[in-house]
Design a protein around this ligand. Structure first.
Ligand code: KG4
Ligand code: ZN
Length: 346
């Protein structure tokens, strides 16, 4: 394996490779140590939610400043929890998100990772945040049936990916407007439910009737692309016209429509490609209704279903370390001249 050294954890056991991952693309400062790209040894996530909640969304400059204040502490904690010290002696490589994300936020993690890799004399690996999300489910499942359909649903992206093998992806569907998480966030903000919107909608929807309002399910039977902007606007218009309507009922009806669209697209993708499994990734994959309905659809289709734990759905650094390990195997280390790319594509 190019650029990778091996260490043994205890005598007689096979060699292992420990990758330190760092993630600062949005509003979570995270660091993790992962063994062999498969086993999470430690994973520390420091959330900035409290700092941004009064603004109803992530404020880029506040995010960057907060990453700067906490990144060293978070990295040290991840090393300590993995039984390592900050001399880097037990670490084999340093992986970091270099995009997509908020440019100032990305720069903090990227500079930290480059400095550590240089100081420790270890390989440096730049990782695409979206590829990181794809590895979240892999971290928790030893045998992953491929090819797989991965539905990547986050605050910034909604992609249907045909994953042929590790590292070989084809984007076969994507949103034509808002990302799924963005729709949850915007609807929640409009209904006064706070930030982040996804968990807030899920909580209040549990108290409502999902059949109360028949919102549209955009592009339901039109190929593999998705659209959430029309659904969001329908909710906004409905609430403006019916300001006394039950908010739990509106939230539940919105969530039902969004989930129906996501599940039907994943199922259509399986039928179209003959994939052997469905996997969810990204923050919206933490949604209980989406998880239950995806599992049910996979069962009906006779394919496997992989759902990352909720902590692995939202941003974390274990997924970045895992993706970094596999990137290193496939392509070798990255140049220290790699920059941050706000709009990096998969
Ligand atoms: O993957 P992620 O942590 O960050 C990005 O890369 O965007 O995803 C964050 C998104 C937010 O839009 C948030 O509202 C949404 O995931 N989300 C949820 C839930 N938990 C987080 N959406 C629906 N239901 C949830 N339980
Ligand atoms: Zn993410």
């Amino acid at each position: 394996m190019k650029g990778m050294t091996s260490v043994s954890d205890t005598a007689g056991k096979p060699p292992v490779s420990l990758v330190l991952g760092i993630e600062t693309s949005c509003d979570e400062t995270a660091a993790a140590v992962v063994k062999d790209g498969r086993k999470t040894i430690s994973s520390v996530v420091s959330s900035q939610i409290k700092l941004h909640e009064d603004f109803g969304g992530v404020v880029p400059e506040i995010a960057s400043r907060s990453h700067l204040e906490s990144v060293i502490y978070v990295v040290k904690k991840a090393l300590l929890e993995a039984g390592l010290d900050d001399t880097g002696s037990g670490v084999d490589a340093v992986a970091v998100t270099n995009g997509p994300g908020l440019i100032g936020a990305l720069l903090v993690g990227l500079s930290t990772a480059k400095a550590l890799a240089m100081a420790w004399g270890k390989p440096f690996i730049a990782v695409n945040h979206l590829e990181g999300h794809l590895y979240a489910a892999l971290l928790e499942n030893e045998d992953f049936a491929m090819p797989a359909i991965v539905e990547l649903v986050s605050g910034g992206h909604t992609l249907i990916i045909f994953m042929e093998t590790l590292g070989k992806y084809h984007i076969i569907g994507s949103t034509v407007d808002d990302a799924a998480g963005e729709a949850f966030d915007k609807v929640a903000r409009f209904l006064g439910l706070g930030y982040p919107g996804g968990p807030a909608i899920e909580r209040i929807a549990a108290l409502g009737d999902e059949s109360a309002v028949g919102f549209p399910q955009p592009m339901l039977n039109q190929g593999l692309n998705l659209s959430f902007s029309g659904l969001k606007t329908a909710v906004v218009n409905f609430y403006k016209q019916n300001p006394d309507f039950s908010i739990p009922d509106i939230a539940a009806s919105f969530q039902r429509c969004a989930v129906n669209v996501l599940v039907s697209k994943a199922a259509a993708a399986v039928k179209e490609t003959g994939a052997k499994s469905i996997c969810l990734a990204g923050g919206v994959a933490a949604n209980s209704l989406l998880r239950a309905e995806t599992e049910a659809a996979a069962k009906t289709l006779g394919v496997s279903c992989y759902l990352p734990s909720r902590a692995m759905c939202t941003d974390n650094a274990a997924m970045i370390a895992a993706a970094g390990f596999h990137r290193l195997q496939a392509d070798g280390e990255s140049s220290l001249a790699v920059g941050a790319a706000a709009n990096l594509r998969l």
